[in-house]
Design a protein around this ligand. Structure first.
Ligand code: BYC
Length: 334
């Protein structure tokens, strides 16, 4: 739906055009949406392509950790819900690739850049799903963090991204609830062994989930510009803090303990204070050396190769249909 009449990057434009940039910034400040055929600074376009592509790749690679449990879900009801959730993630990836295509890049280019390592996907999907409780924790925490980060993106200044995010957020909130409901079943209605399994999953995922929000504000190289352009509405640290505040009471209701001895409610600020994040782990995972980085990319490459015949068939079908339509239009014109 976004792929008609694309605004292809005009390489003849001068590198900087202060007047146009000022008019562009005034539109952003007035909360107008920027649409694909509107003029935009190169940096704005590049930031969006980078972020939207990384987001799309995260949705697609994010299907793997949970997909791992579809065949082993503990009941038919759980299997149906998980299957639907994983399919939704595939759908989110497709909306996002379409939104990126309005900026003049093709989905093929973006997928190629994911597969050859030039583009990233979220660090969180490089961790393994060892038990069924990991599926609960992913829904509760990973989707919970995703919603916290993505609700503000519904107000992103770039129209196609903002509109895609509205639908994605509705689906993500269902994902979060299905995850939390698994946690309730394990922790409040389950056996001591099930609760221990849930605690173990929380212990392994808590810190990587906090890293999902990105580096701390002082180390985030893109936040200032993205906030000025209203691509981002909150900084990484602001969203991380909101997430911790929302999540700690949920964990307490489950009777779980967060793996952070420094986690405590600060009466003066009204927020939960938490311990130091190990940023060396984040950097290691983002640079390709996390527990599952190699496996995830291997799986994606294999899936891409195995899907080659589907892409060829779809293109051949589209070409045949176009030829038929053109022939029919030619007959009608005679
Ligand atoms: N992992 O300047 P910063 C989902 C990179 S999918 C890897 O703060 P920015 C789901 C960053 O790219 C969830 N890399 O960047 C799916 C930059 O490097 P480059 C995905 C990260 O863009 C299936 C550098 O660090 N959500 O919910 O201003 C199942 C400096 O960072 C990460 C999105 O993609 C990371 N975690 O802010 C379940 C949301 N964090 O590119 C759930 C959209 C940072 O210069 N994206 N980096 O080489 C965003 O909101 C922003 O891009 C971020 C980072 C907050 C993630």
């Amino acid at each position: 739906m976004y792929t008609q009449a694309l605004n292809v990057k005009d390489t003849a434009l001068p590198a900087a055009d202060p007047q146009r940039e000022a008019r562009f910034q005034a539109r952003i400040d007035a909360e107008e949406k920027i649409e694909p055929n509107d003029w935009m600074p190169d940096g704005y376009r590049q930031t969006l392509v980078r972020q939207i592509a990384q987001h799309a790749h995260s949705e697609i690679v994010g299907m793997h950790p949970e997909g791992n449990w579809i065949t082993r879900a503990p009941s038919l009801k759980r299997k149906v819900a998980l299957l639907a959730k994983v399919q939704d993630e595939g759908g989110h990836g497709l909306y996002l690739y379409s939104a990126a295509e309005t900026l003049g890049v093709s989905r093929e280019e973006l997928v190629e850049q994911l597969l050859d390592g030039r583009q990233k996907y979220s660090s969180i999907f490089n961790y393994p799903t060892m038990t069924w409780a990991d599926v609960g924790v992913i829904g509760w925490l990973v989707d919970g963090a995703a919603i916290m980060n993505q609700i503000p993106l519904c107000r992103c200044s770039f129209g196609p991204y903002a509109r895609a995010m509205i639908r994605i957020c509705k689906e993500e909130s269902f994902h979060q609830r299905q995850g939390y409901e698994i946690m309730v079943a394990l922790c409040r209605d389950g056996t001591p062994a099930q609760k221990a399994m849930a605690q173990d999953a929380l212990n392994r995922w808590w810190w990587p989930v906090l890293m999902m929000f990105g580096p701390s504000d002082q180390d985030s190289q893109h936040t200032d510009k993205s906030m000025r352009w209203k691509i981002k509405r909150f900084t990484n640290d602001e969203l991380r803090r909101k997430f911790v505040d929302a999540t700690v009471p949920q964990g307490r209701y489950l009777g779980l303990t967060f793996p952070d001895p420094d986690l405590k409610f600060d009466e003066t600020t009204g927020h939960w204070a938490f311990g130091a994040i190990d940023w060396s782990e984040f950097r290691r995972v983002v640079s390709g050396d996390g527990p599952c980085n190699r496996q995830r990319l291997r799986q994606r490459k294999r899936a891409h190769e195995r899907g080659a015949w589907v892409r060829a068939a779809v293109l051949a079908h589209a070409a045949k249909r176009r030829a038929r339509e053109q022939a029919a239009a030619g007959v009608a014109a005679e």
